[in-house]
Design a protein around this ligand. Sequence first.
Ligand code: PHE
Length: 389
Amino acid sequence: MLRPVSATSTGAMSSSDNKPAQTLADLGITQTDQVVSLFAEVRARFDSQASRPLDLPNWEILRQSWIGRKSGALTLITENWLNPASPDLKRSVGQELNKLKAHLEATLEERKLDIESLVDQGASIRERVDLSLPGVIRPIGSHHLIRQVFQEIEDIFFSIGFSVVEGPEIETPYYNFEALNIPEFHPVRDDMDTFYLELPKGAPTPLLLRTHTSPMQIRTMEKQKPPVRVIVPGKVYRRDNPDATHSFAFHQIEGLAVDTDITFCDFTGTIEYFVKQFFGPSVKTRFRPSYFPFTEPSVEFDVSCPFCGGTGTSAGGGTCSKCKGAAWIELFGAGMVDPAVYGFVNYDAKKVSGFAFGIGIDRLAMLKYGIDDIQVFFQNDVRFLRQFP
Ligand code: PHE
């Protein structure tokens, strides 16, 4: 009786070790086409094992189990199927066995080359990495000149006991104006006309881009009792048309010192110390009366021109291009805190006194580093930025 050839898939070889355990007669194989099918199945079994991902040790195990001389499948097929085969099957078993052998050897060789070429690739990648070469240099940026000047000024004020606070660039009119003693319809608001945000109807308060860093005077004093010694670096906005000295966004550092015993002398001494640290010890300072609603008295600080030594004349004998021959350069506004401001923050105006100043950073940076167009700070052209690494 013929047994279906498919029975060989469970019967002809034990499933774990590829080994043909029985003779063809045991398997009930009596015809050539059965032999062909049997070998096709063996071959398929090998192919599926050989097509798995292999490393060299696994390849060696595969090779042993199929063509290993002692107990590989080929040897056992020879012993169990070929040698005892009946004379009419022997020829076809021999042919099939030779085909199988050639296929196994060729495939195993091929797989070995695959594995070796992968290993080679790994090795050659390793060889190509020369650890003694310098690494890839990626360009990294540096601090913007404005940031550097902030830092320089912060360091000077750190050294005399000030600390840094920062505040919102979007403000309410209360902090930007009212609490700084600038009521609605006060004429100085005209100078500080700015950008108001478009808000939904019924918003509790209008919002605007701060026109100066002074709102942080109020926010700081609301939060802490005297003594106060802070500087506030930040961006501010005004509706200025851009030209070489104007930009709708620019930078300020606000300063505020409030305590029980701060005098006008402390004020001028502090400013003088800062200016000498920033421009060098030989510069002189002077102040002129000015007006700000939140300081009283208010002053405008000037510095003797650091570029012509306060002579108004350049080294070549012509007019100094920095101070335009004036010998003095206008620096920034400042003053003693107006007592009315203390009323907004619950400070006792009878007990405390203090001073405040607002330094325009862009102007200072332009002066110190000889830059004649404020717009370069905002264009961020690397050819400019790289000059201040
Ligand atoms: N906030 C003023 C301005 O932007 C400058 C200033 C600050 C003046 C502090 C006095 C005191 O013009």
